[in-house]
Ligand binder design. Sequence first.
Ligand SMILES: NC(=O)c1ccc[n+]([C@@H]2O[C@H](COP(=O)([O-])OP(=O)(O)OC[C@H]3O[C@@H](n4cnc5c(N)ncnc54)[C@H](O)[C@@H]3O)[C@@H](O)[C@H]2O)c1
Ligand SMILES: O=C(O)C(=O)C[C@]1(C(=O)O)C=C[C@@H](O)C=C1
Length: 543
Amino acid sequence: MQPQQPERHLPHPRRGASPGRRAAGRRAPDPGRGLRGVRGRPDLRGLARAGSGAGERPRRAHVLQGPRAGGSQGRLRHRLRPHRRLRGAGQVPGLRQPRGSGRGHGLDARARESSGARAVRDRGAQAAAGRLRGGAAPVHPVAGQLHHGPVRGRRFRARRRPRARGRRPGLPRLEPGDGRGYVGERPRHRGALLSGTLGLVGVGLIGGSVGLAAREAGWEVIGVDRPPVLERAADFGAVDRASTLKEVRGADLILLAAPISRVADIVGDLAPTDALVTDAASTKTRIVGAAEKAGLGRFVGGHPMAGSQLAGVEHAGPELFRGARYFLTPTERTDPEAYREVARFVREDLGAVPTAVEPEKHDLLMAALSHLPHLMAVALLKVASDISPEALSFAGPSFRDLTRVGASNPALWSDILAENSHAIDEALAAFAGTMEQLGRELPDRGSIEGRFRAAREAYDALGGILVQRSGRNAEIAIPVENHPGVLAEVTTLMGSNNINILDLYVRHSNTARAALVLTVDSGAAEEAMDLLRGAGFSAELEG
Ligand SMILES: NC(=O)c1ccc[n+]([C@@H]2O[C@H](COP(=O)([O-])OP(=O)(O)OC[C@H]3O[C@@H](n4cnc5c(N)ncnc54)[C@H](O)[C@@H]3O)[C@@H](O)[C@H]2O)c1
Ligand SMILES: O=C(O)C(=O)C[C@]1(C(=O)O)C=C[C@@H](O)C=C1
């Protein structure tokens, strides 16, 4: 699915070069990636606005006034949409909608902050400020907490410096560039992340890969895990040092990469913190709900669509996420600035493609795209093993392709599948019905040929994450009315239609109408405008 991912049949010893051999300097981001193959499907349009007609929005506290100190968080009501099923009402992005008049589950089925914390934060802030030539970043606090836009052209020079503990000499440390702004650059935002301290909770395959990539991008990475894991992670270069949950509360960014069943509890233990927090868990609904319940005001759910059947930091690599889709799951409570910062980390420091989707839709999609295939691998391996113990030794490439993930981490997968069992039930039923129908059609060559033609077409749309780019960007300003959830509506509308948001900021206004400004590739601007207008926004193209 991801052309950039390495060959998966062979367990890779370690992805990427050793820290000492890694190229110094920052990787150039490749923001023009996106999944074109499925762009603009009509059934995806209007997704984010289902059930709410334009112009019917009640006037409420402005979500863009932000959830922090004196902001609107307390006033905003959380209106999660009802859980959508694979069948029945509601469209699910990427899942086929009804065709013909079939019934049941067949192919034609109907669609159915402590002192320790402060100390870390202060150190990070001082380090960031100290690295700025000519003094600290200007601060632009604005009533309503949202500040002017992105730090455009954040330019750092890589410079080799000996590691403090001498363990991994040669890792690049990053410094700001010459401080000159681009023409039209907006003032630096107070909360903009300047590669400060990243707190990783869970330093296995995913956490370790984030740590390796983040350290290359100039972050100081502190890790929370079992002591032997942290020891290995430090030797491997995935963390600078061991830390505690109490201390990571003060980090600039916290990324939770523990098993799903632990993440909701960790989220509760982390509160209160005003740090930017994200997670990497494979399911989202419960975790996002837990974070909101715990009052983590700057939480943005995340899930990289990259991984491996292997577990543990030994198998981590800094390139794991490069070019991969990376889901972010903002809700109506999400602080737009927090979303922007996490999306930027994902895009620039991990090299992935941030894509916004609602948490419930994410989990439905994953049931079909990730969880069902893992169960299928388990079932195929069982069927073949049950034939005879030797049967497996005769398997060819097709069987191998289809069963690689059967070798996945059992503890991790029992966790994932239990968490998403309701959605998986639906996917399993759809799959069972489809197999039954294919079985009935076997004598009919014409219809099986048709099924393969349709499958090939679907396959061609897989993982088309590389896109043609026009090479220029366009800004779309969306004057937004006072109503909660606008960030999630806009980002999921773009994400569901595979339009990559390259940047996003809020043009603050003390009047009722602030503007959310999106930067997209100019080749996608027209489609983005159509989608936004179709969803009831008065989008304006700028620059
Ligand atoms: N493996 C994949 O392909 C993949 C892909 C995307 C997302 N994810 C998600 O990433 C997360 C981590 O998966 P992984 O593959 O890295 O697993 P892993 O087993 O390699 O690593 C998990 C780490 O979390 C640590 N841990 C367990 N409980 C903890 C706690 N309470 N506090 C701190 N650390 C704790 C473990 O010791 C281990 O080092 C999961 O939530 C998973 O759903 C996995
Ligand atoms: O590459 C693999 O082995 C994976 O299983 C990765 C994979 C998937 O594609 O299903 C598995 C779980 C994650 O939540 C995201 C990605």
